[in-house]
Write a new protein. Sequence first.
Length: 378
Amino acid sequence: MVSEQQTDTPVADSITLPTLVDRVRQAAASGTALRIRGGGSKDFYGQSLQGEVLDVSGLRGVISYEPSELVVTVRAGTPLAELEALLASQGQCLPFEPPHFGPGATVGGMVASGLSGPARASVGAVRDFVLGVVLLNGRGELLTFGGQVMKNVAGYDVSRLVAGSLGTLGVIVEVSLKVLPVATAEATLRFECSQTQALDHLNAWGGQPLPLNASCWVEDEGVGTLYLRLRGAQAAVAAACERLGGERQDNAKVAADWLACRDQRLPWFLQRTPEQDLWRLSVPQTAPVLDLPDTPLVEWHGGQRWVRAAAEHATKLRAAAAAAGGHATLFRPAEAGGATTVPRFDSLTAPLERIHIELKKQFDPAGVFNRGRMSARW
């Protein structure tokens, strides 16, 4: 067991957890808005940033780690890179490959944003690996949900509800995560093909017993290329490589490309002009090629399609995603032109929005945390 215990954990190197609780209570009493911030690597994500900064980056450290049990409990301000290094030292990992988007990424930001990397379509999302959380709500109360095992929930699974909530329900203080062993074998295959051919391949392979882990199709100077990553047992990966063909890539070299894909540092992302927004279209994997203003980068076996587009294409993009049975998110606004007036997230149906509002009232009745981050209305 790898473990570490502390009390009165320092927050931002200057205040303790009790002081953090006091500040939240004072904010609730005065109606002061607070903006929760760990490393700030995902400040770009969400509708808007409002309120005084509540820096929780000092709330860090591993509380307990049981490699044999595949469970780690860690404070929310812990740098994500530190947690991943600890897991790697034990031959384990966060299989959903959370994006960092900067050196300051924290575990709390990972859970609050709910974002996953290239392997998400095969292994699951962040919320699938959250076993429990300690949450500081808008009343200044520390609440514990879930635990350190999978079957620990009776009633509403609040611990997984926190994933993707963008800090609107409270401050994540601690989180328990399920981890997995690193796969014993890995291979990346390269295929030169069109987007239509890539989607056909992925749909066909998805129905077969293959150790598919991640995929990325991208077009460069009119030439389309599909990269397919396999992970699993040695025999399964070797058999899949022989069966699928393609050009096998050097694992040591291609690993950097998968990390660049995870953190949007591939040339395709970097070539976005200052006038272009970056959109994420989440659609069924079986959706065909969509009518889009620009050729997308396709991940998640067809389920995630990144699009570079000017602001006037927002309506078309949302319509295309909806027609395919999915939704569209304005992931990163254009650098030129200042703040965008285009909603970052699709509108919720009236019943769903009512549920969101009622949950917000229960956890944060004074509306202290991250006002306007998910919706301009609350």
